[in-house]
Design a protein around this ligand. Structure first.
Ligand SMILES: [Ca+2]
Ligand SMILES: [Ca+2]
Length: 128
C-alpha cells in the first residue's frame, strides 16, 4: 500500500505535467493567432499593391487619351481631390493617383490602401 507521502508526490507530478501541457497549448494558440495576423497583413499588402497598380493604369489611360475620365479635374490623376472617401474601391482596397509635371517628365504617384497596409507606385512618363 502506498504511503500518503508517495501519493502526494505523484499528485504533484501529475499537476506539474498538466500545467506543462496547458503552457504548450497556450503558446501554440498565441503563435497561431500571430501567424494568422501576419497572413492577413500580407493579404492587405497585396490588395493595396494591386489597387495602386490599377490606379496607375487608370492614370496612364487618362494621359493616353488626354481626358479627365474620373472627373477629378486633372488629366493623369485619379481622385486626387483631397477627399479619401471618394477614392476608387478595387477589391476592398482604395487608390488615388497624384500627378506632378516636371521639366520633360511627368511623375504619377499611386497610393493603394487596404486596412493598415499602404503601397506606393511611382511612374515617370517622358514627355513627347
Ligand atoms: Ca483624372
Ligand atoms: Ca479622392
Amino acid at each position: 500500500m502506498m504511503k500518503n507521502r508517495e501519493r502526494g508526490a505523484i499528485g504533484i507530478a501529475v499537476i506539474a505535467a498538466l500545467v506543462m501541457v496547458e503552457v504548450v497549448i497556450i503558446v501554440s494558440v498565441i503563435g497561431g493567432s500571430l501567424q494568422q495576423d501576419l497572413t492577413l497583413q500580407r493579404i492587405d499588402t497585396n490588395r493595396a499593391f494591386y489597387a495602386a497598380e490599377a490606379g496607375v493604369a487608370m492614370a496612364v489611360r487618362e494621359e493616353w487619351v488626354g481626358a479627365d475620365e474620373d472627373g477629378d479635374g486633372t488629366v493623369g490623376s485619379i481622385s486626387d481631390d483631397g477627399n479619401t472617401t471618394n477614392d476608387p474601391q478595387i477589391g476592398g482596397a482604395s487608390v488615388s493617383v497624384s500627378r506632378s509635371p516636371e521639366t520633360g517628365v511627368t511623375i504619377l504617384i499611386a497610393i493603394g490602401k487596404a486596412e493598415r497596409a499602404r503601397r506606393r507606385i511611382e511612374l515617370s512618363l517622358q514627355d513627347s
